[in-house]
Ligand binder design. Sequence first.
Ligand code: GLY
Ligand code: MN
Ligand code: MN
Length: 436
Amino acid sequence: MPISHAARRQLFLDALEGQAAVIPAAQAMQHHADVEFPFRQDSDFWYLTGFDEPGAVALFLPHRPETPFVLFVPAKDATAEVWEGFRWGTEGAVQQFGADVAHPLDQLEVLLPDYLNGADGISFRVGRHSAVEPLVLKVWAQQLDRAPRLGMAPRQLSAPCPILHAMRLRKEPEEVERIRMAARISAEAHEKAREFARPDQNEAEVRATLEQHFLARGTRGFAYPSIVAGGDNACILHYTANNAPLRDGDLLLIDAGCSLSDYYNGDITRTFPINGRFSGEQRELYSLVLQAQEAAIAEVRPGATAEQVHERAVRVLVEGLVELGLLCGDLDGLIEQGAYRHLYMHRTGHWLGLDVHDVGAYRLGEHHISLEAGMVLTVEPGLYISDRLQPPEDQPAIDDRWKGIGIRIEDDVAVSQNGAEVLSAEALKSIEAMER
Ligand code: GLY
Ligand code: MN
Ligand code: MN
């Protein structure tokens, strides 16, 4: 079954309980001078519309049951289309994208007050959409001004995120299928990159191999700037320079995933020896991270929490680091004090979907959200041994033989009815597979 934006719209309209929602598309972003970044649609807007043009605005109007879905879109314009490409225009918005009514974008300011009149409230995410926000606030202010004479006005301005992001957190089976596809193509690219990488190449050449595969498989390209980090560069968590030579004897960490035409993403990390053989220290640490990752994945099932997945990874890592002499002390005390954070300083995963770090709450106050079938998360423990962060005072200094080793292993995991499905399993990760 294809993804049904219309079914999502109906659920969203029902959940709005009489409030009108204003959901803007992303704007085109300037790169420099007359050049723009490749366009990336706003994920909330995409989720509800599947419409991929910049600057559009969707209205959801439960108080107008005859025409609850209104789209404002860039108008057809032969000259603009010569420079920038095809536009669907208002007719396309109705015929192809299911809008009940569509208007050219330049009529938004004039028509918005009338559309929002009669709603119980306005649902709009302030702070994110600088072009549309002043229009929405102006309408609300005018309605409040006129309330004494009209007898009613929207009582509240609310955030649509709690409704929309709870929907996006729980993936439809068709969405899991798309993330499975993104993870598969991402895994293929990792396999190619590992086969390709050799000492004395540049990180950039390996990046090119990954991204060539993403494009050749018909995706939009990378989901986030690829991280191709040899040796100590792997200890920089958001390393994207990707321009250093690969050294014989170092590990190579690759964190890369593709984004499909409908924006579903893969997010995979693999780490392997550039010359095909782990050193003793590299092998010790790699097997520890792998053990932590497999133990953490084994926690993923309905009813567990992302916090439990993280805690399991931390416990395995800390236990192993004590055995290797990189930490010393009582296991529970070390975990409680966070005495491992100079070696493992990030969380073990995040939701994955239309955003790589996808929307959805991890906790509500003290209550951690229970995993449910259809949720998708990454599981990505790592260890980063460098000179950048000093050990806490009561922890051992790090011997030079460990330094310059950065390892992360990251898979994309869907919660299933009885447990978990590793969507990225086609990217190998056993010690044997990492060597040649
Ligand atoms: N690539 C970003 C992350 O792994 O979270
Ligand atoms: Mn990730
Ligand atoms: Mn990643």
